[in-house]
Design a protein. Structure first.
Lengths: 818, 248
């Protein structure tokens, strides 16, 4: 029995919608809550796939008898529950900040998981049931699933540029209805179950959604997010909103109470910021568009921050600002009458705010003949230019709140790695500076880690005495680290001292500094940063890194986690301090990942092991047969390995393609689309009897993965020299064969099972679902600990284990019995 | 018969009044005991953190204030059962009432004298203002969120701190007409310390600012203005945690 083309299309649509829903939830929860909890909630909600596997395994024959109705009902239920469950979930008064204080909060979190699991359950039912019903055409169904997911990953990114994220929920609803309409009108036309009614119902619901006035879905942002707190100020309102996959931008204006954003301002400051508009990304990460009337004297406050230091060391004429945002660093440079400023910003909508929408307010800053604005990622821009600068400036790219609470710990950041620092320094002209400004944290974490990273980067470029090229100062709120391309002169050091004295900043380090000069104006319990700098520049730097209670091992491109500070050995001490207000010491991002992993493992065990124990016969496992255990291992390994490779290579290719968003979209969709093609062609291999045919895809995956990993530097070196378009095209060409082979092992094994023990297909589907959930979380943890290369090698090993289990699947467990 | 009924009626009325009064007294007594227990917990925490606070214990007057101010009057009804737990509590509008331990440390850092004039930026629930009122001559408090400000003024009045001067408005420019102040508490910090507030601090005065998100104070900043007008800050970690174990 062959599936009708419309059914394949419907499976594809549901799969696309499901993937789009996942990406969308990530966006929506990043807006109403915070990124790390969004990640945790959505990873676990995907367990809906595992639940579906068990549900189908236990009810498979009943559902297959009602196949058309079951499929249509699940499609409609998905389309209804996708928005409904989100709306319900955002009503749950979950507050992550209260997690450690209030025992009810973990319960709220669990109820969010449960609610969000529902739509994924219905989507997985559609695919799992189709796989079981069309046992002889598994590769086609799986291909439709992967193709759909591939298209969904691209479609949702495009949609996020066009409409606001909450409106995409309606689009998903319509796509579910479209899928129902397709199968009711074509695939199941004339079959029992009165498909006409389903078609009519779908059309009515669809029309109802289309003609419902917009605004029925509104986002309920947590009152603890900065934007909502600012909106409490009388006369303050959102005057503009812009959506893109990079974030939801809101512009906030206050009629009565001026907004004033000037982080790092000296206590001796005499001037205040002029009128400002606040700009929020995902209801947090505040930055400001400052009113500029062309008179530099109104910008004096920007000269009273630690980041102004390089301008006081010597006359600069050509500078590069990375992460220009809404322009405060460009204004700072303008204050110092810099002749030429290159400003690089990733988010085009942020540039548009300053360049177009509020150009008049911002004094046409980005249209100034001295300023060249580039929409690009920092390292991508540098990879494509040979220019050198007197100063490269990177200031406060992340918000203090999230940064201080350890929320970014699991977020990859390629701006602060050894390789990134080396790249910046290549573009600093002789005697020029690289300046990095960061938030002060007590006790210090990212500053020592950044220092370690910078020192290592300098040593690796052959600098024998990095200490001669570095200076660092701090206020009570920010610190600025400067690396000079050359040794610092006495004159520069004298100027630094004068700058610090005038503004009550403390020198942290400069060549020849003595302990009596530090910790005078902004007094810390001990001169922590001075101690860190001198220790890291000394001979025992590794011992200092090992002894430090936070993880301050230098960040590299293979382990790009500047904000990962967690060390297991400190956990006990921190836990003992929780009751007395020490919870800020807990690097919550990393621990939440561990909690999420444990929850996923427990849930998966319950979903896989419990049914195995309680309803073995009902699942379709023959008594005395041991093949199901091999099957369990096989599908579990596949589930883990597929995502390990996908995640590993997405991160590797971000280094080549640079733009995080486009890189992820291109790599992910190429993986999924080519895996779909691989699945479709796997039928050819499944027909063959010799065992080598079955092992061929796994051997190819291993070979390609190892080759790409080992030869990555040469590949990257070659691709980075080519143009933008060819970089993307060649990356696709490299990923395609890997994806193609990765699409094969799953349908090939299912096809084999369909010939021996077809009843186990839904169970296998569920195992794969559970493994995928564990995989996504585990991959991040492995990468944080060991790096992406190790992650890919682990995936290869998992494919090896799967290959070892494969033969016993092909002969109904006979090998095991032997 | 009528007389007996009359007597029974009055006995019942008096009984109910006595019952209500006694439950109130019992509740007040229970709250007092809870406050006492809370003070003990805070004292224990201070002992652990004494190195960081550069002192063995907090001023006993601060503890007296904590013993006296009814924190339950400054939280919403739903949070009353937790009023004397050593933890921050939500008060609505995205704001919180700070952890009592942090309130104690912040208040102590100000080294208040009975003659001092204190300014608070961010009234919140009014609890911190009430504590300050126990230790200083006059307290001025500004809140920008209208509903919070009104609620705090009511809370303060109900708890017997009607003498605290409250105002709705922007705290950036302080309270010009009442300046200078011996101490300033900035509980709602903007992206920087407003220069006008530093101006309104009397030479020799102290300002305390908690840094961090709601529910999570990262550290405290103590701003000191010397008698010569020179301003310095001290960053105080509220817990005892040394980031380095070895010596290098």
């Amino acid at each position: 029995m062959k599936p009708h083309l419309s059914l394949l299309a419907a499976v594809g649509i549901i799969s696309a919608s499901s993937l789009a829903y996942e990406v969308l939830l990530m966006r929506l929860f990043s807006i109403i809550q915070w990124h790390h909890f969004a990640y945790m909630m959505i990873s676990l909600a995907l367990l809906g796939y595992g639940v579906s596997g068990v549900f189908l395994a236990l009810n498979r024959d009943r559902l297959v008898r009602l196949f058309p109705i079951a499929i249509m009902a699940n499609m409609l239920l998905f389309s209804l529950f996708a928005p409904a469950c989100f709306l319900l979930a955002q009503q749950i008064p979950f507050n992550p900040a209260e997690m450690l204080w209030s025992p009810v909060q973990p319960l709220y979190l669990c109820s969010i998981y449960l609610v969000l699991t529902v739509p994924f359950f219905f989507a997985a039912n559609v695919i799992g049931l189709s796989l079981y019903h069309y046992k002889n055409q598994i590769s086609s169904i799986y291909a439709a699933d992967l193709f759909g997911a591939g298209l969904g990953s691209v479609a949702v990114i495009l949609l996020l540029f066009i409409v606001f994220p909450e409106q995409i929920l309606a689009v998903l609803m319509l796509s579910g209805i479209l899928a129902t309409l397709l199968v009711s009108s074509f695939a199941f036309c004339g079959q029992p179950g009165n498909t006409k009614h389903w078609a009519i119902a779908s059309v009515i619901i669809g029309l109802a959604i289309i003609f419902t006035p917009p605004g029925w879905i509104t986002l309920k942002v947590s009152p603890y997010k900065t934007q909502n707190q600012v909106l409490q100020i009388p006369g303050t309102k959102i005057i503009d909103r812009y959506s893109s996959p990079l974030g939801l931008i809101s512009v906030v204006k206050s009629e009565m109470t001026p907004l004033r954003h000037a982080p790092g301002l000296s206590l001796n400051a005499t001037t205040e910021p002029p009128e400002q508009l606040a700009v929020f990304t995902d209801a947090d990460n505040i930055t400001a568009i400052t009113r500029y009337n062309g008179k530099p004297e109104t910008l004096g406050y920007l000269d009273q921050t630690t980041s102004a230091l390089p301008y006081h060391l010597k006359q600069l004429s050509d500078i590069l600002i990375l992460g220009a945002g809404t322009g405060s660093d460009v204004l700072q440079a303008t204050f110092h009458a810099i002749k030429h400023i290159d400003a690089v910003e990733l988010n085009p909508q942020v540039i548009d705010l300053v360049q177009r929408n509020y150009a008049d307010f911002a004094g046409y800053l980005y249209s100034n003949p001295h300023v060249n604005v580039h929409v690009d990622e920092a390292r991508s821009y540098l990879a494509t230019t040979d220019k050198t600068y007197d100063l490269i400036n990177i200031s406060l790219l992340d918000a203090f709140g999230a940064s201080a609470a350890g929320l970014y710990s699991m977020a990859e950041n390629y701006l602060y790695t050894e390789q990134a620092i080396q790249e910046y320094l290549r573009h600093v002209s002789p005697d020029g500076y690289l300046s990095i400004t960061r938030w002060i944290k007590v006790p210090p974490r990212d500053e020592p880690k950044l220092l370690a990273t910078v020192i290592n980067a300098l040593k690796k470029t052959g600098v024998r005495q990095p200490g001669l090229q570095m200076v660092m100062i701090r206020g009570w709120q920010t610190s600025t680290l400067i690396v000079k391309n050359g040794a610092l002169s006495d004159d520069e050091i004298a100027r630094l001292k004068q700058f610090c004295d005038e503004l009550s900043f403390d020198p942290v380090y400069y060549p020849g500094i003595s302990e009596s000069e530090v910790n005078r104006f902004n007094i810390q319990h001990q001169p922590y940063l001075y101690q860190a700098a001198t220790a890291l520049l000394g001979d025992n730097s590794q011992a200092f890194i090992d002894d430090y209670k936070f993880h301050i091992e230098p960040a590299t491109d293979d382990r790009p986690y500047l904000f990962h500070f967690f060390k297991w050995r400190t956990l006990h001490e921190i836990l003992s301090l929780l009751g007395s207000g020490g919870n800020f010491l807990l690097e919550s991002g990393y621990l939440l990942l561990i909690v999420a992993l444990l929850q996923a493992i427990v849930a998966s065990l319950a979903l896989i092991a419990l049914p195995l124990w309680l309803w073995k016969a009902k699942l379709g496992i023959e008594p005395e047969s041991g093949s199901h255990l091999h099957m369990l291992v096989y599908f579990f390994c596949l589930g883990l390995a597929f995502l390990f490779i996908e995640i590993g290579f997405i991160q590797k290719f971000i280094l080549i393609l640079h733009h995080p968003l486009y890189a992820i979209t291109v790599v992910l969709s190429t993986f999924l689309l080519t895996a779909g093609a691989g699945s479709y062609f796997s039928t050819q291999l499944s027909c063959r009897t010799e065992k080598s045919a079955f092992l061929l895809p796994m051997a190819a995956i291993a070979l390609l993965s190892i080759a790409y990993s080992l030869g990555f530097e040469s590949i990257a070196g070659f691709l980075l020299k080519t143009g933008n378009l060819s970089r993307y095209l060649l990356s696709i060409v490299l990923i395609a064969p890997l994806g193609f082979f990765m699409g094969m092992p799953f349908p090939m094994a299912l096809t084999k099972i369909s010939q021996t023990t077809p009843a186990l297909i839904p169970w296998a589907w569920g195992i794969n679902g559970c493994a995928s959930v564990i995989s996504a979380i585990l991959a991040t943890l492995i990468a944080m600990q060991f790096g992406f290369t190790v992650l890919i090698f682990m995936a290869v090993a998992l494919y090896g284990v799967a290959a070892w289990c494969f033969p016993s699947l092909t002969n109904g467990g006979k090998i095991t019995e032997q | 018969m009528k007389r007996v009924k009359h007597l029974i009626f009055w006995l019942v009325v008096i009984g109910i009044i006595l019952l209500l009064f006694s439950t109130h007294v019992i509740a007040e007594d229970e709250y007092r005991q809870q406050r006492e227990a809370l003070v003990d917990i805070i004292k224990a925490d201070v002992m652990l953190t004494r190195d960081y606070l550069n002192q063995q214990a907090l001023d006993e007057k601060v503890f007296d204030a904590l013993r006296k101010v009814p924190r339950h009057e400054f939280v919403r009804d739903a949070e009353r059962p937790y009023a004397y737990e050593n933890r921050p509590l939500p008060i609505g509008y995205g704001q919180t009432i700070s952890q009592p331990y942090i309130v104690a440390v912040m208040t102590d850092l100000l080294k208040l004298k009975k003659t001092d004039r204190v300014l608070e930026i961010g009234t919140g629930s009014g609890y911190q203002a009430a504590i300050l009122a126990e230790l200083a001559a006059s307290v001025y408090s500004i809140e920008i969120v209208e509903q919070l400000g009104k609620q705090a003024a009511e809370n303060l009045k109900r708890a017997g701190y009607g003498a605290v001067n409250t105002r709705l408005g922007d705290g950036y420019y302080g309270w010009e007409t009442e300046a200078p102040f011996d101490a300033i508490v900035v509980t709602a910090v903007a992206s920087h310390i407003p220069p006008p507030l530093i101006k309104q601090l009397r030479p020799g005065g102290r300002m305390v600012i908690p840094v961090g998100a709601q529910f999570m104070t990262q550290y405290l900043v103590l701003v000191t203005k010397g008698v010569d007008g020179k301003v310095t800050t001290r960053q105080i970690l509220p817990v005892s945690f040394v980031p380095l174990t070895g010596k290098h």
